[in-house]
Design a protein around this ligand. Structure first.
Ligand code: FE2
Ligand code: FE2
Length: 221
C-alpha cells in the first residue's frame, strides 16, 4: 500500500480542540497568539479609526464632490478590510472583544478625527479646510500600510492564508495613500503628484479585498 504521509499528524483524529490549520503555523514558527492580537488591532483600526471616522470626514468635504467621492471609496474599502479579516481571527482561535468600546480603544492606528474637534470632543468651531481633512486621510492610510505590511512580514513563507488576505488589503491601502498624496499635493501645494489611479467604478469597489464568489455571492458589499 502507498504511504499517505499526511494522513495523520500531531492532532489526534476527531480532536476538535485543536486545528491542523493552526498547528501548521506554530510548527513554522508563527506566534499565533501574537498574530491574533495584531489582527484584532488592525481590524479595529479599519472599523473604528477609518470606516467610522471617515464617515464624518466625508460629510465635511461637502462642496468638493471629487474629494468626497474618493473619500467614500476609501471608507467603504476599509469596511471591507474589516469584513475580510474578521473570519481569519476566529479561524486562528481568536475572538473580537465583547465590548465595542474596548475594540475601538485598541485600534492599531490613531482615530481619523475631524480637525478642530479636539480628538472628537466637540464639533468644530470653523469647518476644517479640505487640505486639513486630506492630511488626516493621508496619515490614516499610511498607518494602515505600516500595519498590514507588518502582517505580511510575519506571515511570509509561513502562513499563506493570512498573508494572502493581508496582501489584498495592503494593495488597496497603497492605492489609498496614492490617491490622497495626489489630492493633497494639488490642494495644498498646487503640485502635480499623480497617483496612477482614479476612483473606483462603483463606490467602495474593493478590487483586491472583496472576494465576490466566496464571501458575497456577487451581491453588493
Ligand atoms: Fe483599510
Ligand atoms: Fe485605507
Amino acid at each position: 500500500m502507498t504511504e499517505k504521509p499526511h494522513a495523520a499528524g500531531t492532532v489526534a483524529p476527531g480532536d476538535v480542540t485543536r486545528r491542523v490549520g493552526v498547528e501548521m503555523l506554530r510548527q513554522r514558527g508563527i506566534d499565533v497568539e501574537q498574530l491574533i492580537q495584531k489582527l484584532i488591532d488592525n481590524a479595529a483600526a479599519e472599523f473604528a479609526s477609518t470606516y467610522y471616522y471617515y464617515s464624518i470626514l466625508r460629510m465635511y468635504l461637502a462642496g468638493h464632490e471629487d474629494y468626497k467621492e474618493i473619500c467614500e471609496d476609501a471608507r467603504l474599502e476599509d469596511r471591507q478590510h474589516y469584513e475580510l479579516i474578521l473570519p481569519r481571527i476566529y479561524e486562528l482561535g481568536g475572538s473580537l472583544p465583547y465590548s465595542l468600546h474596548e475594540f475601538a480603544d485598541r485600534a492599531g492606528c490613531p482615530h481619523a478625527y475631524l480637525p478642530g474637534t479636539d480628538n472628537g470632543a466637540h464639533p468644530p468651531e470653523q469647518p476644517p479646510s479640505a487640505a486639513d481633512i486630506l492630511t488626516v486621510l493621508l496619515e490614516a492610510e499610511r498607518c494602515a500600510i505600516r500595519s498590514w505590511q507588518e502582517i505580511c512580514d510575519i506571515c511570509a513563507g509561513k502562513d499563506p492564508r493570512t498573508y494572502d488576505l493581508a496582501a489584498r488589503i495592503l494593495n488597496e491601502e497603497i492605492e489609498h495613500e496614492a490617491w490622497f498624496v495626489e489630492l493633497l499635493a494639488m490642494e495644498r501645494d498646487g503640485q502635480v503628484q499623480p497617483s496612477g489611479h482614479f476612483r473606483r467604478g462603483a463606490p467602495g469597489e474593493a478590487p483586491y479585498s472583496r472576494n465576490r464568489a466566496f464571501h458575497h455571492g456577487g451581491a453588493g458589499n
